[in-house]
Design a protein around this ligand. Structure first.
Ligand code: C2E
Ligand code: MG
Ligand code: MG
Length: 300
């Protein structure tokens, strides 16, 4: 190691020592350094990446378990850099949520979805419903609904084909405020889905009080076949789904990875399944070939 590198590392450790509260010895940590480096790189290139179209629309199908068909999917962003490397959302979405860029990216993704739907409709395919993840930052922006409507109008997309996925954290401040926003979006024709339900300290209360159209059970329920080892988990899932059904809320179970998973969720009355068992998120072109051109059927 050159002396420059050593000094640079010592300065990095010193910066972290200053950030801490205690008077203590601090060691240089390569993994922290790499993470910070990546974060700086992400932040310094995010705007040019958006302009250059490096954020790509990927889609993951959702299977209707009642008839085995795919007529909807979820939009998931992938950052494909100039050199072809792919960055996954877990690496940049949390950073964009902190620095505010997520609102811009989310609207960009809504636009990509509408543009793609328009193309498919013009080519004669039956439209499918697409869910788009929406960050808290965007949801509470005063011009949010107007922006969404401008985009759907620009591409002449009937709004019932767009589902807005929100996280339960949005309800943390005020359920009433959130319901007000949801009701404006409903008036405009959008549908609302509650994502990752059950990943934290979810409250069943939310299902009754929030005016949502769909709830997505977090993939943690199926992860590692937890439900097979824990009968209580099976009872819990079955009853969340029954409760949602009685409240006229559709259910999607995320993280379906095997035939056993699918059999289980079907048997407890789930309407929609999503997961690697059907497909990983794929580019819009692959989605078209795989599902639209084949008439929307999957063998699973
Ligand atoms: P999410 O909305 O809950 O999306 C589902 C995530 O689970 C996706 O990860 C998907 O690839 C992954 N997944 C799907 N099926 C399976 C499975 O069977 N097993 C396992 N282990 N994983 C599965 P991805 O694409 O990496 O996205 C991660 C999260 O990043 C998303 O979670 C969402 O919260 C966020 N995200 C993605 N795209 C956007 C976006 O455009 N805007 C915003 N605000 N957030 C986004
Ligand atoms: Mg989602
Ligand atoms: Mg989810």
């Amino acid at each position: 190691k050159t002396s420059d590198t050593l000094i640079h590392r010592a300065e990095f450790a010193l910066k972290h020592a200053h950030a801490g509260q205690e008077n203590t010895v601090v060691f240089y940590d390569e993994s922290i350094y790499q993470a910070e480096n990546l974060q700086n790189q992400i932040e310094s290139t995010m705007k040019s990446a958006l302009d250059q179209g490096e954020f790509k629309l990927y889609l993951q199908p959702k299977k209707d378990l009642r008839n085995g068909k795919i007529h909807s999917g979820e939009a998931l962003v992938r950052w494909i850099r100039e050199d072809g490397t792919m960055i996954y959302p877990d690496q940049f979405i949390p950073i964009f949520e902190k620095n505010g860029f997520c609102a811009e990216l989310d609207l960009y993704m809504v636009e990509q979805v509408c543009r793609q739907l328009r193309r498919w409709m013009d080519e004669g395919y039956e439209p499918i419903t697409i869910s788009v993840n929406q960050s808290k930052l965007l949801f509470y922006r005063s011009d949010y609904v107007q922006k969404l409507c401008q985009i759907t109008d620009k591409y002449h997309i009937p709004r019932q084909y767009i589902v807005l996925e929100i996280l339960e954290g949005l309800a943390a401040e005020s359920i009433e405020e959130l319901n007000k926003n949801i009701s404006v979006l409903h008036e405009k024709g959008f549908k609302i889905s509650l994502d990752d339900f059950g990943s934290g300290y979810s409250s069943l209360n939310l299902l009754a009080r929030l005016d949502i159209d769909e709830v997505k059970l977090d993939r943690g329920f199926l992860a590692g076949d937890q439900y097979m080892k824990n009968d209580k988990l099976k009872v819990l899932m079955k009853n969340i789904i029954r409760l949602a059904e009685e409240l006229h809320i559709d259910t999607v179970v995320e993280g379906v990875e095997s035939r056993d998973n699918e059999e289980f969720i079907s048997c407890i009355g789930t309407v929609w399944g999503q997961g690697y068992y059907y497909s990983r998120p794929i580019s819009a072109g692959e989605f078209q070939k795989e599902y639209l051109e084949k008439g929307g059927c999957v063998s699973g």
